[in-house]
Design a protein. Structure first.
Length: 234
């Protein structure tokens, strides 16, 4: 993909699109802290709900019902000795929590280093979903309940769906890399250099871009720490 550095004129439609997208990007940047708080509260609420529903005599069938009711991928319960006493799906019971690679960090809850904990969300597939592990103390104040959740809610926090909210042929740049895009051939993580662009091009406000053999007239604008690029085919 290469960018043609010559300036270009833009249509009224492109100006309107840029104004709309810049507004959306500004809202995202302004409400980042709030969105993160909403996401965290929702994830921890589901973990606490699972902890409240789990009893010492909960059966494997009931674990499955709890997981389905709360839309959980997994449930892992460990006691004060850091031994897993039950899990859904089955297979972790009897193991030491510290020996389960993706869950060993939750031993800190058992050791009272923290009362709740959430892993960094990681992408799960190509449809904007993320996987996250959330741990809270058991309701009796001992041990830990760790739940696995797949959700598309994190996209509102990390901005991976921001370009989609802004409209077609839109690219959101943060720093020197693409945060989100609806231009075919331009994807999250692409650098300005890989697109044949530079900060100077973005500062011009008007430039050309070529991606997937399609040439675009582009205009850009700043939205706090983001740069919004809107394009239309030539």
């Amino acid at each position: 993909m290469t960018a043609l550095l010559a300036g270009c004129s833009s249509s009224k439609h492109l100006d309107d699109q840029l104004a709309y997208a810049t507004g959306k990007a500004s809202d995202y940047a302004h409400f980042t802290v709030r969105n993160n708080s909403i996401f965290s509260n929702e994830m921890f609420s589901r973990a606490y709900a699972a902890a409240m529903m789990i009893k010492d005599d909960t059966t494997k069938e009931e674990y499955e019902q709890i997981a389905k009711y709360l839309f959980l991928d997994s449930i892992t319960v460990a006691d004060t000795s850091r031994t897993v006493i039950a899990s859904y799906p089955e297979g972790e019971a009897g193991k030491k929590l510290k020996d389960i690679e993706d869950k060993k960090a939750f031993c800190s809850i058992i050791k009272d280093v923290s009362v709740k904990q959430m892993s960094d969300p990681v992408p799960a597939g190509e449809d904007g979903e993320y996987s996250v592990l959330v741990g809270v103390k058991r309701t009796d104040g001992t041990g830990v309940v760790v739940v696995g959740i797949t959700t598309d809610r994190y996209a509102d926090v990390c901005g991976s769906n921001l370009a989609e909210k802004c409209g077609v042929n839109t690219v959101i740049v943060q720093g020197d890399a693409v945060l989100s895009s609806t231009i075919s051939g331009v994807k999250a993580g692409d650098t300005l250099e890989s697109l044949g662009l530079s900060e100077n091009d973005l500062d011009k406000g008007s430039f050309s871009l070529s991606a997937d053999s399609v040439s675009y007239n582009c205009k850009s604008a700043k939205a706090e720490d983001l740069t919004v690029i809107c394009a239309e085919t030539k």
